[in-house]
Structures are given as C-alpha cells and as structure tokens.
Design a protein around this ligand. Sequence first.
Ligand code: GLV
Ligand code: GLV
Length: 318
Amino acid sequence: MKKIYITRKIPEERIQPFSEKYAIEMWPHEHQPIDQDTLNRKIAEADGLLTLLTDPVNEETLSSASNLKVIANLAVGFDNIDITAAKKRNIIVTNTPNVLTETTADLTFALLLSTARRIVEAQKFVEEGKWENWSPYLLAGSDIYQKTIGIVGMGRIGEAVAKRAAGFGMKILYHNRSRKERAEKQLGVRYVEFDELLKTSDFVVCLVPFTPKTKRMFGAKAFHMMKQSAIFINVSRGQNVDEHALYHALVNGEIKGCGLDVFEQEPIKKDHPLLQLDQVVCLPHIGSASIATRTTMIDLCLENIDFVLSGLSPKTPV
Ligand code: GLV
Ligand code: GLV
C-alpha cells in the first residue's frame, strides 16, 4: 500500500474516502507544526506528502526522499518548498489556487475596511469602558468609497479584490509583472508603474507571491513615496515587506495605517512593535480561513496526491 504523510492533524472524515487505498499517517497535533527531524524521517518513507506553509521543504529535507512522488501544499503560495530541488527528483508539487480566491479577497477587504474605519480600535474602546459620549471626531477614520485602491499583484485574488473595490465605487489601479488587458476591459482597472501606484493610491494592497524578486519590495523607499494618508494592506507574504521600515513610516507619519495578515516571522508575539501602534490591524494569517474553503483546500490536496499516485495528472500542479 502506498503511504501518505500529512504534516498536521486534519479531521478523520476528510481522510476517510482515501483510507482503503492508502496507508495514511498524520502528525498528531492540530496547532503545533511538525519538527524538521520527524519530517525528514516521514519523507523517507512517504509516496505522497501533504504539507502546510509552515513546513520548510528544502534540498536537505528532500535528500531523504526515496519514494516520494508528490507534495501537496495546503496553500496557494508555495515559497516554503524548494521547487527546483523537487523537480530534480521528479517530485510533483501542487498548491490550492482558485478555491481560496474569493475567501481571501473577502478577508482582504475586511482588513481594508477595519483599518480605514478603525474597527478594532473602536471595539477595544467600547470594551475598555471608554465610551462616555458621542463626539464629532470620535474614532473618525478614512473613507473608502470613491478613493483610489492600488493593487500590487493582479492575479486571481487581485481581480477578486478589484471586483469588490468596484462595488465600493473606488478608482482601481494595479501593477503587475505583465499587463492584464482582459482584466482592464472587464473590471475597469488601470495599469500603472509601481512608483506611480505608490504615489497616487489611498490604499496600497500587496498580493504578490513571495519570490527572491519581491523580497522587501515594500521598504523605506516605497513607504516614503506613499501619501501620508495612505493605508497599506498585506495579505500575501510578510517577506515582501521590510517591517522595520513599515514601523518607522507609521511612527514618522509617512503613511497613516496598515492592515497585515502576514509577517516576516510568524507567529508574531504580543510585544511586536507594530502591535503597539493604534493605526495597525494585525491578523494571524487567516486569509483563506473560512471553514468551507479550508475544507475544500484539504480535499483538493488529497485529490492531487491521489491523482499522482494513481498515475494521473494532478488537478493543480504549480
Ligand atoms: C496562504 O497564505 C496561502 O498561500 O494560501
Ligand atoms: C492567487 O490565487 C493569485 O493568483 O492571486
């Protein structure tokens, strides 16, 4: 029987449809990542592997693989996996595009709205018993409607965010490696150079995958170019941002606020400098976290593994 190893505890009922065909084993913890030693040992025996974005799968990890045919990563991003090293060993890597697009766009917009309208700050204010009166500028924030959103990375999620922005009557700019003429026609979005996007957007939204080229593309220079009233939103990967520069841009009033779902080092702890600022909303990397979407993502990973181990092409190879 072929072996599948899953690096995190997932519900038994997800595995059940595959349990007669494969010997399936999983890491027994739901909230704690697998350690590298165990992962190396399990990789040595497995034919199929289901990984999370918290599992680094590099050259060294893969050197112990002898039967491994497929790695299904439970994420659309796959920067935790050394694709070249996998390819060299003829190991197919799959991800979970499409199924999380709308859910992640919803979260992006939720973060944008809550940062602009100071929702989290307002909740704290009420909880702390500070609401004693109504006053004209009490927790007054920034408008969203008719403002300009600049989407950096016009992939599937970028387009889904653009649709939501259109519903809010926003003017939509984007920057991407390549022009998306179909999106320009269908969604009424306008392509601009990165610098122009930074200079003219009220909301700058980062949705690019993390690669060596995008590393810290949002650094001191980028924040300096943004409007002082700008709000920066990141729902991609923390490594696309120089957090130290972001902190200084906020403290020095170079930008107004930010909403972050991802960080350079995850998880962040409660003494993280950005958490000390009022104009910052921080979420624990929950972009695709609806129950339905996470369930669909798990099923897609298992199907991809099953397809490859049955000699078929996977549904969503990277
Ligand atoms: C989550 O960050 C993903 O890449 O799906
Ligand atoms: C991810 O699905 C993207 O292309 O934005």
